[in-house]
Design a protein around this ligand. Structure first.
Ligand SMILES: [Zn+2]
Ligand SMILES: [Zn+2]
Ligand SMILES: [Zn+2]
Length: 224
């Protein structure tokens, strides 16, 4: 990651006329949205003024950036909410003090409770002085949390329901599957892109979520 230079960065950003130069001071706009196989966040204070075509995302992916397309990062709204990079999502939440809101959006009870338990443990360790800054902004903790969120169960609804062609009141019933473990049809499927493939639709909770929930103490060995 480019090392932000606290002395030189001010002049550097302004000299290049970088489009986000004015945004970097505003904390609410510190994180901007970029897309690269999912929606990522970039830290405006972390952009290399020497290269305006690429940037490191918060999750350390190199992303292409289009100058005029910067939007403040908000994983709660479309299009970012369709497929947010979970590493970016939780890292930004930890750095902007919005973990409660991120946790509230995790509606699956097992995934929600597992993430809460992981953060509680991180907070407990933080009080022992193992992290000198924010104990939640710890890459080892955030990796666990992002993995739980990626493997959180989703409800698969029938095609008719997805098209609004059903008589269900409220939310439609459907099987729970793990999006991360299952295969979805690619762009080669045209309008079918994103449909779960019958060859590999993994029921939820998957083994990954169960392992993390067990380790976090949310479920005991015998449960599943
Ligand atoms: Zn990311
Ligand atoms: Zn899974
Ligand atoms: Zn329905």
């Amino acid at each position: 990651m480019p090392d932000p230079d606290p002395v030189g960065e001010e002049a550097g950003y302004q000299d290049t006329g970088h489009p986000i130069a004015g945004l970097k001071a505003a904390d609410t706009h510190r994180f901007l949205t970029v897309v690269h196989r999912g929606w990522h966040a970039i830290d405006a204070t972390d952009i290399d003024p020497g290269c305006t075509a690429h940037a490191w995302s918060v999750c350390a992916t190199i992303v292409r950036v289009a100058k005029d397309e910067y939007q403040p990062y908000d994983p709660a709204v479309v299009p970012g909410s369709y497929d947010p990079c979970q590493e970016c999502l939780w890292t930004v939440a930890a750095r902007t003090d919005t973990l409660d809101a991120a946790l509230a959006r995790l509606t699956d009870p097992l995934a929600h409770d597992t993430v809460a338990a992981i953060f509680n443990e991180a907070g407990r360790l933080g009080f022992l002085g193992q992290y000198d800054a924010n104990p939640m902004d710890d890459p080892a903790t955030l990796q666990l949390v992002a993995t739980v969120a990626r493997h959180a169960p989703v409800i698969l609804v029938a095609e008719g329901c997805a098209e609004g062609d059903c008589a269900h009141a409220g939310s439609c019933p459907g099987d729970l599957a793990c999006r991360a473990c299952s295969l979805q049809e690619g762009s080669w499927a045209g309008a079918g892109e994103g449909m779960y493939r019958e060859e590999c639709t993994v029921p939820a909770p998957c083994a990954v979520l169960l392992a993390l929930a067990k380790h976090a103490g949310v479920i005991t060995k015998g449960d599943s």
